[in-house]
Design a binder for this molecule. Structure first.
Ligand SMILES: Cc1cc2nc3c(=O)[nH]c(=O)nc-3n(C[C@H](O)[C@H](O)[C@H](O)COP(=O)(O)OP(=O)(O)OC[C@H]3O[C@@H](n4cnc5c(N)ncnc54)[C@H](O)[C@@H]3O)c2cc1C
Length: 311
C-alpha cells in the first residue's frame, strides 16, 4: 500500500490552498496520506491541514529556520522525514518547483514533475514539449517517488476531517549559505492568481501600465485575480508573476476573461483547464475566439467599463 507524504505549502504561517490539490492527487493514488507542515510556530497551518479529507496525520515541524520558506533549508528537513514513505508530493507551484528537485537529489531519486493525471500508484500523465503533448510515465517500484502536482488538474478536497497533529523534529544539517533578504506579495488584496475562481487577464492590447487600471477595476468588480499575457509582461505593463501560460502560471479558474489577448498557443497552455472563457478583442479573427465560450468583438476601453457598469 502507498504511504504518501505531502509537503504543505504555507504563506505567512497559513496553509496555502494548493496543498489541498496535492492531497486530491494523493487520494487518487490511494493509500495513507500524511502532510508535513514546516512553520516557525505551531498553529494555523497544521490545524488547516488536519481538516483536509483523506489525511491520516499532520507532522508539524516547527523551528526558527522555518520562519522563511527557503528550499535550501526545507529540502533537508523533508529528506529527513522521507523514511518509510513510498511517495513525497508537493504542489507544482513556484515553491514546490524549488523544493522538490532538491528533495529528489538528496534522496538520489528521479522526480515526476507536473503530474496531470493518475493512472496507478506509480503511473501518471505529465506534459512534455511545453504542454504540447502529454506523456504517460511509469516509475519503477523500488524507490521513493518524488513528484509535483499540477494544481490546475485536481479539484479541492473537502475540509471535514480532524486528523491527528503530531509534533515532529528532524535531525538534518541545514545549510547557512542561503538567507532570505525580503519577501513581497504582489497583487494587493486580490485573490491569488493560482487559486482564484475568477481571473481577468490583460494583454498587449491594453497598451500601457497605466491602462491596466481598466483590467484591475473589472477584476475588483467581480472579485477576480489578475493575470497577463507574456507580451504585457515583456512590455513592462505588469510584473512577471502575473504571467499566465506555458512559461507563466498554469491556472484553472471557473471564469477566465481574456482582454486584448490574441490567444497564442503558449498563452492557451496556461488556461487549458479553465471553465468558462470570455474574450474581448477588436479583431474578430483573433485565435482566442476559437477557444472562448463567450466572445465580445470590441474595443476593451469601451467594453470593459460598460461591462463593469452592467454588473
Ligand atoms: C517559448 C515561448 C513561451 C511563451 N510563453 C508564453 C506564456 O507563458 N504566456 C503568454 O501569454 N505568452 C507566451 N509566449 C508568447 C506568445 O507566443 C505570444 O507572443 C503572447 O501570448 C502574445 O500576447 P498578447 O496576446 O497579449 O499580444 P498580441 O498577440 O500582440 O495580441 C494583442 C491582442 O490585443 C488585441 N487588441 C489590441 N487593441 C485592442 C483593444 N483596444 N481592445 C481589444 N483588443 C485589442 C489585438 O487584436 C490582439 O489580438 C511564449 C512564446 C514563446 C516562444
Amino acid at each position: 500500500m502507498a504511504k504518501i507524504l505531502i509537503v504543505a505549502e504555507t504563506l505567512g504561517g497559513e496553509l496555502h490552498p494548493t496543498t489541498g490539490k496535492a492531497v486530491a492527487c494523493a487520494a487518487q493514488i490511494g493509500g495513507e496520506i500524511d502532510i508535513a507542515v514546516f512553520t516557525e510556530a505551531k498553529g494555523a497551518a497544521a490545524d488547516a491541514a488536519a481538516k483536509l479529507d483523506g489525511v491520516s496525520k499532520v507532522l508539524q515541524v516547527s523551528n526558527a529556520e522555518n520562519g522563511a520558506i527557503r528550499a535550501a533549508t526545507l529540502a533537508p528537513q523533508v529528506g529527513a522525514l522521507a523514511e518509510g514513505y513510498t511517495h513525497i508530493l508537493a504542489a507544482n507551484t513556484t515553491t514546490g518547483k524549488d523544493i522538490m528537485p532538491r528533495v529528489a537529489a538528496l534522496l538520489g531519486v528521479p522526480q515526476v514533475t507536473d503530474i496531470m493525471a493518475v493512472h496507478g500508484e506509480r503511473e501518471f500523465d505529465r506534459p512534455i514539449y511545453a504542454g504540447n503533448a502529454v506523456n504517460r510515465v511509469k516509475a519503477p517500484g523500488d524507490f521513493t517517488l518524488v513528484g509535483t502536482v499540477r494544481t490546475a488538474s485536481f479539484g479541492n478536497v473537502a475540509e471535514s476531517n480532524s486528523a491527528a497533529v503530531e509534533d515532529a523534529s528532524v535531525s538534518a544539517d541545514l545549510p547557512a549559505h542561503t538567507r532570505l533578504v525580503g519577501q513581497e506579495t504582489g497583487g494587493g488584496d486580490r485573490p491569488d492568481l493560482q487559486t482564484a475562481a475568477k481571473v481577468v487577464s490583460g494583454g498587449r492590447g491594453v497598451g500601457s501600465a497605466e491602462n491596466f487600471s481598466v483590467i484591475f477595476s473589472l477584476a475588483d468588480k467581480i472579485g477576480a485575480g489578475c493575470g497577463a499575457s507574456r507580451a504585457a509582461v515583456d512590455s513592462g505593463f505588469v510584473p512577471n508573476d502575473m504571467q499566465v501560460g506555458q512559461t507563466g502560471k498554469i491556472i484553472a479558474p471557473d471564469l477566465y476573461v481574456a482582454v486584448g489577448i490574441s490567444g497564442a498557443i503558449q498563452h492557451l497552455a496556461g488556461i487549458k483547464d479553465a471553465g468558462t472563457i470570455v474574450a474581448i478583442n477588436t479583431d474578430e479573427n483573433a485565435p482566442i475566439f476559437e477557444v472562448a465560450d463567450l466572445g465580445l468583438v470590441g474595443d476593451l476601453f469601451k467594453v470593459c467599463p460598460e461591462l463593469e457598469a452592467a454588473l
